[in-house]
Design a protein around this ligand. Sequence first.
Ligand code: HEM
Ligand code: HEM
Length: 227
Amino acid sequence: MDKQLVWDLPTRLFHWLLVAALSAQYVTAEWLDDAMQWHFWIGYFVIGLIVFRIVWGLVGPAHARFSNFITGPVAVWRYLKTLPDASAPAHVGHNPLGGWFVIIMLACVALQAVSGLFMTDDVFLDGPYRHLSSEPTLQLMNTLHHTVIDILLGVIALHIAAIAFYALYKRQSLTPAMVHGKKTTRTGGISSSRLWRALLIAIVVGVTVYAAIFWLPPAPVDDGFYY
Ligand code: HEM
Ligand code: HEM
């Protein structure tokens, strides 16, 4: 058994940038006055992160790929039965249950961020798609933005509780590998982080998200609002 690369650098960067950005989103919306402009900008960045992760889930290295950790119900059930067994062998990438949890987390973040595009702070700032939408759509997005955050907070709490469960009950410390990328394992390591590919995807995603937010929506009638 030796140390092998399991989490590629782009996946690790994605993870910790997401943690930082979501923390900033909470602080700028709930605790700070006058930070709404930052809330908007960081929200756009989160959309970029999610789009990047979706593409990376299709063309990234093995353990980042959706096809590697999205399994059927039988695999999830089989894994669930091994959960109480503290000595059950560790998974190299996401386990079948954790894999679905990742999808739920990504979906909640995506819903939260996209619904933000239709929000208003009722003072100066309108989301870039607000003026293009009908009243029922705006109502729906407003409800989503105020309720998905609670689901997301619950899901994040469960995620951190799961990490603690693995550390304390199963004696598997998962966090260091999300930092340096390596795990002690006999098989299953990846040979490279595919950094050039990641950089190219990041640039294309960055330009696309920028265009979708700042270029694509026709400008609203100038009423003194900006976004
Ligand atoms: C994942 C990204 C985002 C997170 C985690 C997030 C989180 C939040 C939270 C926690 C609130 C307070 C909700 C409440 O009090 O019930 C909020 C409000 C708000 N968010 Fe976001 N948000 C995100 C993205 C966005 C984006 C992209 C925009 C706009 C482009 C946006 C615009 C707003 C506005 C206008 C409000 C209402 C502020 C007010 O009540 O005056 N958010 N957001
Ligand atoms: C805002 C809070 C957080 C969010 C939204 C979040 C989200 C995620 C996501 C989406 C993944 C999947 C990574 C991927 O394949 O792209 C993941 C994995 C992981 N996260 Fe977090 N995370 C959060 C906080 C934390 C914290 C505080 C820790 C450490 C204490 C942590 C440790 C891990 C670990 C170790 C994994 C890999 C799990 C495995 O081995 O299967 N996360 N997280």
